[in-house]
Design a protein around this ligand. Sequence first.
Ligand SMILES: Nc1ncnc2c1ncn2[C@@H]1O[C@H](COP(=O)(O)OP(=O)(O)OP(=O)(O)O)[C@@H](O)[C@H]1O
Length: 943
Amino acid sequence: MEEDQNHHHHQWADPLLLTDVSLQQRISHQYNSQNQIASPPRSHFVAMADSVFHHDPDDGTSWQNDPISNELVDGKSMLGFSLTSPDLVICGGSPEIPKSSYGESPEFSERIQCSFEVSLENGIKGSDDNNGSHKNKTPSVRFSSFNKEFSPESSLELLPPSTMPEQDPVPVVSINEDYREPMLLEAKRFSQLEECESTKDSGERGVKGDYERLKMSYECQKKELTEAKRTLEELKRENQLKNKEYQETWKSLQELQNELMRKSMHVGSLAFAIEGQVKEKSRWFSSLRDLTRRLKIMKMEHINLFEEALAYKKCAAEISEASSTIQSKINHQVQLYEHLKIKFIEGTKERKELYNKVLELKGNIRVFCRCRPLNSEETAAGSVMAVDFESVRDGELTVISNGAPKKTFKFDAVFGPQADQVDVFQDTAPFANSVLDGYNVCIFAYGQTGTGKTFTMEGTKEARGVNFRTLEELFRIIKEREKLYRYDISVSVLEVYNEQIRDLLAVGSQPGAVSKRLEVRQAGEGMHHVPGLVEAHVNNISEVWEVLQTGSNVRAVGSTNANEHSSRSHCMHCVMVRRELVEWGMHKEQAMASGSSRKNSKLTHLLQDSLGGDSKTLMFVQISPNENDLSETLCSLNFASRVRGIELGAAKKQLDTSELLRYKQMVEKTKQELKSRDVQSKRMEDTIHGLDLKLKDKDLKIKSLQDKVKELETQLLVERKLARQHVDTKIAEQHLKQQQQEELKYCTIEATTWKSFAIKVISPIEKENNPEMTEQPRLPNRTGRASLCTAVRRIPLTSAPRRNSLIPLPSAPTSAPLTPALLPLPPCEVDEKEEIDECLTEQVIHCNSPKVIKSESKKLSSALRRSLQKKMQRKSPMQQHFRRGGVNVGMQQLRVSIGSRGRMAHRVLLGAGRRGGTKEIHQKQNQKEKERGWNIGTAGRII
Ligand SMILES: Nc1ncnc2c1ncn2[C@@H]1O[C@H](COP(=O)(O)OP(=O)(O)OP(=O)(O)O)[C@@H](O)[C@H]1O
């Protein structure tokens, strides 16, 4: 812009210099030829950069010339200049300035190229006489601006006035440089004329001479005046013409100036717009850089994630391999476990058998003898002890009568008055184990009234009896075996009184109340039971206690001589145990009965199942220590001895103890093995569980990573697409703007009328999305001038060229080379489109370099070709033939013909009329079908 302005300045500065020099010459010439000027312009003219002033030093006034009329405002001078703008200087010219003087100006201006100040104060004839002192001064011209050829000290001076007093001073311009020749020549010519006239005057001194001289002078002046008048007229006319021309030129210049101003403004706005565009472009480039950087980062992340995913896949494969190994080990362990389980079951069975053998060795009916302590009354009465407890050892008991041992009894265990409930139960507990092993167990107490049967079996809250403790032991063992078995325990409490069975758990079973009559029945397998008896399910020992208390509270009680609170009845607690093997789901039902009993047929009937077969029986024979009860005691002990003696076979007792020991060792060994196997199996299960959890965690991680990779890929694709669209749009806009700028640059400034027309702007993106838009006819390119003020902007239809660094949309689907033979085929089906779409997607994702774009384009073309070939192959030759021949063939329309082997097959009946088309076409088609191995015309061919 600055250069342009300088250019314009130089271009328009020349007329200023031209005018100034011409003015200078004209002034010199005028004062030499006509010394008498009516109103001598004793003044100096100053030509400055922006205006020309006429200055009168006498009154100090200055006038500026009228730029339009080129006349001074007060009419004192005809000379003037106009400077309408800093760039444009228009010369008005004076009527006295001949045209020829303008011809010299360019050279002079070229040489000088400066503005200057002219001072003519002392060199003009007719100046004010009162200011004679000014005549001695030297007119001078001062330069105000110079190029490199002039130094700032350069000056242009007028010559000093003539020494002849009678003659008018002749202002002579002298220039102290070589550029003053034109002015010096003019001054020389004037001085020669002056010399000639002075010589003539010196020869004639007389009146005649004066007359003649005056006459000649008059004639001469007259002629000169006439000539001057004529010249003046011509100059006036010329001045008018010049004025007219000047006005036209002035108007033109004003228009041009206006146009220039508009253009300057337009250029300024364009510069502003360009600056904005440059900023926008830089912003977009920075955005693009940022996007590229992010893309790189995302690529790196993608690569890292991909590698991580691969590592995880590898890890998953390893885990899978480990899992399969573990699974095989588990299977092996499971097999081992099954084997051990079988062994365990066998061992358990063996243990049970051995245990039973041990019990059998000990006796299926075991008899414990328990003697209560003397009560307070007996002690107070000074009762004597009839039993010698000091000599009690190994189950032997000696009855004393009158201070001497009367009879010794031997039982499985003997508990004296000091033995508490815990001691008694220690030997009773193994029967609880037998109950859970599936044996019928019967525990009952037998004895005289008041000897402690109820105390032993039920006990008190502070000293729980055998019933409670046995059930407690049952629950303890159930807890131990809960992994192997599930047990269900129910309790029934009944009373046998006066040969009647009473359910103590039934509602309304209060003493004396009328209750439902219960009877003992025999089941199908010979088992005896009481139909309608309440069975209370118990899950823990507290429920057991409640049930026992309920039954105990409703027992029929009375008083005897020996027992103030005698129960007066037989009470029986039946505990039903149902066992279920956890894995096998087997069900077994067996029972335990306990009670306190007297000899009674009903009771015997009830205990029939528990007293025979495989059942185990424990009898507590309760005795009184009082010597007064000796006969009753001996009776009970004798009965118990018989019971024990009857059940214990002598042969069994004689079994070898070493064999029993060996069996015991085997049982212990099996138990240890089972325990260790259990621990091992548990460890393996825990390990497998932990590995399963790890595997699941890894699977979840892999899945989340895969999802993340997919998400990143999708995001990358979207961002690439957006960036590509954005950059394409911006490049297209940039391209359009550049083209407009180029058009503006090269357009000429001329007034031109345009017939405006609308051009639809098609962006590259629209063109991609609507390919048919590209097929619109292109308007012809305009040639010639361009108007700056057209109503519609001219926008080229050609889209901006793509950059290779960006991702171009593939144009293969429309530009793929299709051979004429392929063109008539119908468009691709959905699967082929999908294939192409896949190619496109793949291309969009991966093509980021020209090589890749080229290869992807090739891939796309080949995919298209493949899809079209598939399309051709998919249509069978027969179908193609029918399609080309114009025959509509469906399976229902085909006739079935019999082949050579008599098989039914579809046969095509093609009449010449149905095939359609000409014979030539038919022959060609036949030829093609033959080439493909099809012979439609063969009759009986199996299709
Ligand atoms: N081993 C013992 N230690 C302390 N006290 C006992 C013992 N045995 C019995 N007794 C007490 O003897 C009394 C009578 O006992 P219990 O009622 O159990 O006899 P019983 O045989 O059930 O009588 P019945 O046949 O008449 O019902 C009770 O007060 C009981 O507390």
